[in-house]
Design a protein around this ligand. Sequence first.
Ligand SMILES: *Cc1c(COP(=O)(O)O)cnc(C)c1O
Length: 296
Amino acid sequence: MLNSLSPDHITVDEIAGRYPPDIRVSVLRLDKLHPVISGNKWFKLRFYLEEAISQQKKGLLTFGGAWSNHIVATAAVCRENGLHSIGIIRGEEPAEWSQALLDAKKEGMQLHFISRTDYKEKHVPGELNISSRDYILVPEGGYGAAGVKGAATIAAIPAQIYSHYLCMAGTGTMTAGLINALPESSTVISISAMKNNHSLQEQISFQLAPVHADWTLLHDHHEGGYARFTPSLLRFMNDFYAETGIPTDFVYTAKLFRAVDDLVSRSFFPSGSRLLVIHSGGLQGNRSLPKGTLNF
Ligand SMILES: *Cc1c(COP(=O)(O)O)cnc(C)c1O
């Protein structure tokens, strides 16, 4: 089932010298998993994929925006497993396709553009003549019990338990999986990639098991909003790469590492804390930046 995916590419890298000596910061490098099926996306998709295979469906049908990492990952996961994929894309077909749409198409995904109003309903337009019985429906971003269960398997990769786990949240699927998989003695700190997305708290809570880790959702690290960036963020990405050798993406993980810096500098973590920062991938999204912006 893994084909070119290789979980053994995933490493836990310690960041030395950047933080005070009483705070240890390690990074779970999910970004190393696969160049297209980036980071957390495979984990969120794995059980939907298993359902499609065991129920002998034609493939996966999912939803997303024109820049969605989830759309591309779904397309690639399906192609590698000999399944068909359908992407229902929010909004009219753009005159110029985004890199994500081009990639999804290259991976063989059948793409359909629907109006934003219809998209809200998340139904498969009747005129497409797609029998939804032939496909496993994957909600946007993999949000759902199977997605959360898949994301929970991320927590088992490192050999040890940390005091704090830090990750980004879009739909909150990965966050919920981590919270469910970790002991009550650990704290998951989830950073919303969006501005004022306060329904996220409930979206995460809804997916939680009775016993789970402690958790906090932070809303003040979006740096202007979802997928927004400033010269200062781009400078941070280059500096962080120069210092640590870790590449980041401007939508999610750069904001995550900036949040870590900010929290550490505000003494958010008690002395002796051991942090695991989840590098959830997304690097291919940097291709939408002007060439030469980044040094990696
Ligand atoms: C999709 C994505 C996320 C968000 O994951 P959710 O499970 O939707 O919260 C975080 N980081 C990266 C790099 C992503 O591509």
